[in-house]
Design a protein around this ligand. Sequence first.
Ligand code: 5RP
Length: 293
Amino acid sequence: MADTDGMKETKNYHLDKPAKSQAFGLKGCNELDWGMKNRLSNIFRPETGRTVMLAVDHGYFMGPTTGLERIDVDIVPLLPYADTLMCTRGALRSMIPPTFNKGVVMRSSGGPSILKEISNEHIAVAVEDAVRMNVAAMAVQVFIGGEFETQSVHNMTRLVDEGLRYGIPTLAVTAVGKDMNRDAKYMRLATRICAELGASYLKTYYVKDFETVTASCPVPIVIAGGKKLPELDALTMASNAINDGAAGVDMGRNIFQSDAPHAMIQAVSKVVHDNMSPKDGLDLYQTLKNEAK
Ligand code: 5RP
């Protein structure tokens, strides 16, 4: 029933307080719609503007990768330490509890396995399904210089168009072909093309002169971890990337293939969000690992 009788007079207009008009903290994202910004805030922690994405989507072309044989057993316990989970819709629906309420970045391209030409991907998730799963972003592989370069760029631009319609950001994952140089010149080319064509943020590999890659890309970049490294090397890579302007990591194997994944993800998080030194990160890793014994 409408409150019409005995209504209190309105009075709290806070005339001394101008309405706030705050810039959105993420690079290049200020002009996005509210829904986009809200979803990005479920990926990048608003306090730091950075993220630790836990990447477990490798099965979409590699099958049961070492450390991901049982996502329900080995990955679910790590979720409290991640800011965001990057996974496939199959893994999400079959193994991730729906009570997980942080950002999900949905692997949305696919097709070929490691046995075939991997750049021959297509869009693998309809935007309506992304909405249904309440995802924070859709991730698409882009193969600049690869055999199916144009097709993969087109996959990305279609997801960008559909994402803009529903307020869902698109993460472009720059994939470096076997016969390409993994260097700053290539990363600048690949990330800039994806950003110019509408990607909300980028994932790429950490390389020498990485600060030139982040400087020339108008939207945030996170780094992939790549193949398993000794823990100190992986923490050093994360720290260097942050110092060179990365907005976080999207790390998989260096976390879930570690001897103590729960310790490693907490150490990575301290390096990313609190600028902890790699050496202190390693000490933290070892302490947490020993405590669990
Ligand atoms: C696969 C991916 C992975 O999510 C990405 O490579 C991150 O995982 P890792 O740290 O193991 O490299 O996009 O194409």
